[in-house]
Design a protein around this ligand. Structure first.
Ligand code: CFM
Ligand code: HCA
Length: 541
């Protein structure tokens, strides 16, 4: 029943490219890689480049990466979108980031703030309207902070959102107002939005409150967004271990947590793709080191806790962490013993964002499922390769990373696995590295790694390799299910979660068991499968 025997990776690759015009095919070929186990054999991959116009990409825009991803999960900052109403409405609570403000805490997540730009604002300029909207939000809520986000038309007409924000901040005196030039078209994907958000968060929020918070073993958790309540499960584990989490960037976060984050001793980075810029800038300015962690997968959770304990090096913490792992693992093992006989050797494909395709492989490994193809929507070289070369960061007087933003990255081809020899040479040349694994290092030989997969290729892949499960986002969900293959959303978790930590892992095992072993998919037949005459009338066949 090994499907790879019928369709080897090379055949699948050529079948995916077959229908493209030659130029498009050549470009796409560089983003599809057959993974090799031997380091020196590793072929090259291209990532973080512009999607070819006409292709229906899975990616989102720069505004989504800044407003939706990084700032969206903050609960007591008024996130005000300067733009047409749709940009605000469609980025409002669609990401399933949860929050718990308690009975008295401020929470503006339930509101959708927008300047509701009209034609008239495009023609005569929208700055006055923006100032008015900031004033209105201030008068209504008296928040500690208001963040302004630019959408595409704002950049096109040239509204100066930074000056408007600065003037309003001075006018109020007790409310920090700042803006993000995160127009949707600014980059090739969400990724540019992360970078823009990181720079402004570092410039306007981090370091604003020097008050030392109580607690031992102080860390910040970077790149955890509390999707489906993941952050709540991680908080539960931290509390049990006696680790103090000063701030989370940015799941269930508050203004004050960002403002005090520089008082932590260590940054634990979960989603490296979206937040590495803050981690690097905090290391440069405040000397706070960072380590890569992953709380997706029970074993990965245990490993990450040990890594944090090892950093502090104190027996008390090391012992408590071991005690917590010993308490939590039996539940995980019992669930696995029951479920794995039904999930073993089932196949899965994952095409998600910039870190989950890699993180979730841990959970599928625990279920003994095989990841036969995976990739990112907007990952960079580091996310495929792991071991990151540390940038030489220089901060300007405003504490802003002056490294140019990668607005339109050049086509870079890289080997997702460097040999030890290559690493030694780089080391000798004076490069500094952070050691962690990337997606390619964890994938088996012969599997397909595909960057920026698109709608057409997704359907083709499923048709050729018939996985038992396909994981991606909402845009892919129904087209895949119509092919009779179960589909699990790894962005919004459909309506499930949490999947992080120990309890989350068990939750995930149970859901995947139900999905891959449900008989319902076998009964699904599209009208043209039931009635072959119909297929002739479809233009693509
Ligand atoms: Fe990081 Fe994310 Fe991801 Fe991401 Fe995203 Fe997300 Fe994602 Mo959707 S920050 S890169 S930009 S882990 S929103 S919580 S699920 S694509 S893999
Ligand atoms: C985004 C957010 C998204 C979209 C998910 C999806 C998320 O990129 O703007 O396509 O289902 O996680 O909500 O990545």
């Amino acid at each position: 029943k090994n499907k790879l025997v019928q369709w080897g990776p090379a055949e699948v690759k050529s079948a995916l490219l077959e229908k493209y015009p030659p130029k498009v095919g050549r470009k796409r070929a560089k983003q599809i890689m057959i993974n090799e186990a031997l380091q020196n054999e590793t072929p090259e991959l291209t990532a973080n480049v512009r999607t070819i116009p006409g292709i229906i990409t899975m990616r989102g825009c720069t505004y989504a990466g800044c407003k939706g991803v990084i700032m969206g999960p903050t609960r007591d900052i008024v996130n005000l979108v300067h733009g047409p109403i749709g940009c605000s409405f469609y980025a409002w609570l669609t990401r399933r980031n949860q929050t718990d403000a308690g009975p008295t805490g401020e929470n503006y997540m339930n509101y959708c703030f927008s300047t509701d730009m009209q034609e008239q604002d495009i023609i005569f300029g929208g700055e006055k309207k923006l100032a008015q909207a900031i004033q209105e939000a201030y008068d209504l809520f008296h928040p500690k902070s208001i963040a302004v986000f630019a959408t595409c038309p704002v950049g096109l007409i040239g509204d100066d959102i930074h000056t408007v924000s600065k003037n309003m901040k001075e006018k109020f005196g007790d409310c920090n107002v700042y803006a993000f030039s995160c127009e949707g078209y600014k980059g090739v994907s969400q990724s540019a939005g992360h970078h823009i958000a990181n720079n402004q968060v570092f410039r306007h929020l981090v370091g604003q409150n020097d008050e030392v918070k109580p607690g031992k073993y102080k860390i910040n958790l970077l790149g955890e967004y509390n999707i489906g309540g993941d952050g709540f499960e991680i908080d539960r584990i931290f509390k049990k271990c006696g680790i103090t989490c000063i701030s989370t960037f940015s799941g269930n976060s508050t203004y004050d947590q960002f403002a005090s984050s520089h008082t932590a001793d260590l940054n634990a980075v979960m989603c490296h793709r979206s937040i590495n810029y803050v981690a690097d800038m905090m290391e440069t300015k405040y000397g706070i080191p960072w380590v890569k962690v992953n709380f997706i997968g029970a074993k990965a959770t245990a490993k990450s806790l040990r890594k944090i304990a090892e950093y502090f090096g104190e027996k008390e913490l090391i012992d408590t962490v071991e005690k917590v792992i010993a308490e939590e693992m039996p539940g995980v093992e019992a669930a696995l013993a029951e479920i794995t006989p039904r999930t073993e050797n089932k196949t899965v494909m994952m095409f998600v964002g910039g870190s989950r395709a890699h993180h979730y492989k841990e959970l599928f490994d625990e279920l003994k499922m095989k990841t036969i193809s995976a990739g990112y929507e907007f990952g960079h070289e580091d996310d495929y390769e792991g071991r990151q070369v540390l940038p030489n960061i220089k901060l300007d007087a405003d504490s802003r990373n002056i490294e140019e933003l990668e607005v339109e990255p050049d086509e870079t081809r890289f080997k997702p696995r460097k040999s030890d020899k290559e690493m030694k040479a780089l080391d000798k040349a004076g490069y500094k590295f952070k050691q962690y694994d990337g997606l390619a290092a964890d994938m088996d030989k012969g599997t397909l790694i595909i960057d920026d997969l698109n709608q057409y290729e997704a359907e083709k892949l499923v048709e050729l390799m018939k996985p038992d499960l396909f994981c991606a986002g909402i845009k892919e969900k129904y087209s895949i299910q119509k092919l009779g293959v179960p589909m699990k959303q790894l962005h919004s978790y459909d309506s499930g979660g949490p999947y992080a930590g120990f309890l989350g892992a068990v939750n995930f095992y149970q859901e995947i068991d139900r999905l891959v072993n449900s008989k319902v998919w076998g009964y699904m037949k599209a009208p043209w499968q039931k009635n072959p005459q119909l297929s002739g009338s479809f233009a693509w066949e």
